[in-house]
Design a protein around this ligand. Structure first.
Ligand code: NAD
Length: 326
């Protein structure tokens, strides 16, 4: 029986990993803390480490895990921008779950877009206080409007399915276009100029950090709705805030935030919010922030547990690693 050290554990993770661990021959030590260079020693006497999106898998953490004899790191997520891959070379194999439910994320993105356009978050609060006024709740039909989809991989394609179902015109940007009826590829500037709704579905890389910034926002249509379920640093948050203050941006739905590591997934309701930009964004009537929850469906959690444990079993059985990050 091999032992896994599992970092940043949440109750909903545990349910599915507990159901499946024995079938794959693992026992699991769960830690609430996020992995970092200081607490990596918790993995002592383990054979593998499982981490998540906001763990700090930097050189210090990797060197410590390697010194403890760990040779494999399983990310229980698709993204791995929080892993210093250079530092893992020759030390740790890194595996991930490339797709667990693109529908979960796409549906959350569309949910945010619909909520913000039709001001459902405000309507919900009003009617709870018997305020039945419709003043300020006017939206627009999605049908016939142009949506800009940035990144047309698994999640982007699932989001496009939903947009086409709504009768939207789809403009897409991706360095690797995929020919598809109803989808026109265009450059990022064209999308900024023409789209009434922009949804981000690309990974965060060195090249596209802050792709939504003061310059790109200036090119956008007045009243544009921006949805980010990908990675926070695709958007320069201060520029977004300024665009909202100037009434340039009609609404923003953020499932991710560039400084989310210190806040997201935790109950911070008893503390003073130290991030002024996040506080100001949350205070806006046309901004909705969710706590990196777009993936959170039963189907996705089950797939995450299944594929993470299978990735680790393949490693220990010396099989080819289908989901290795290189
Ligand atoms: P994917 O690899 O299937 O697709 C990503 C696409 O983005 C690819 O087609 C790629 O060519 C394209 N791309 C790369 N760089 C680009 C750029 N600069 N501009 C435009 N397109 C670019 O990935 P996926 O499964 O569709 O996931 C997309 C992203 O969603 C992930 O990288 C992750 O950051 C995010 N994600 C978020 C959650 C959540 O819960 N919020 C869950 C899963 C994934």
């Amino acid at each position: 029986m091999k032992t896994i050290s599992f970092f940043d554990t949440k109750p909903y993770d545990k349910i599915f990993f507990e159901q499946k661990k024995e079938a794959y021959g693992f026992q699991i030590n769960y830690y609430k803390d996020k992995l970092n260079g200081r607490n990596a020693r918790l993995a002592e006497e383990s054979d593998a480490v499982v981490a998540f999106v906001n763990d700090t898998v930097d050189r210090a953490a990797i060197d410590k895990l390697y010194a403890l004899g760990i040779r494999v790191l399983a990310m229980r997520c698709a993204g791995y921008d929080n892993v210093d891959l250079e530092a893992t070379k020759g030390k740790l194999k890194v595996v991930r779950v490339p797709a667990y439910s693109p529908y979960a994320v796409a549906e959350h993105a569309m949910g945010l877009a619909l909520l913000l356009n039709r001001k459902l978050h405000r309507a919900y609060n009003r009617t709870r206080e018997y305020n039945f006024s419709l003043h300020g709740l006017t939206g627009f039909d999605f049908r016939g409007k142009t949506v800009g989809v940035i990144g047309t991989g698994k999640i982007g394609q699932a989001f496009i399915d939903l947009c086409l179902g709504f009768g939207m015109k789809v403009l897409a940007y991706d360095p690797y276009p995929v020919a598809r009826e109803g989808v026109t590829y265009a450059d990022f500037d064209t999308i900024c100029r023409e789209a009434k709704l922009i949804s981000l579905h690309c990974p965060l890389t060195k090249d596209n950090e802050y792709m939504i910034n003061a310059d790109s926002i200036a090119k956008m249509q007045d009243g544009v709705i921006i949805i980010n379920t990908s990675r926070g640093a695709l958007i320069q948050s201060e520029a977004l805030l300024e665009g909202i203050k100037q009434h340039k941006i009609g609404a923003a739905g953020l499932d991710v935030y560039e400084e989310e590591t210190d806040f997201f997934y935790e109950d911070r309701s008893n503390r003073i919010m130290q991030d002024d930009v996040l506080a100001r964004l949350i205070s806006m009537p046309n901004v909705v922030v969710t706590s990196h929850q777009a993936f959170l469906t039963e189907e996705a959690l089950e797939n995450i547990a299944e594929v993470t444990l299978r990735n680790l079993r393949d490693f220990f059985d010396g099989k080819p690693l289908q989901n290795e990050v290189k």
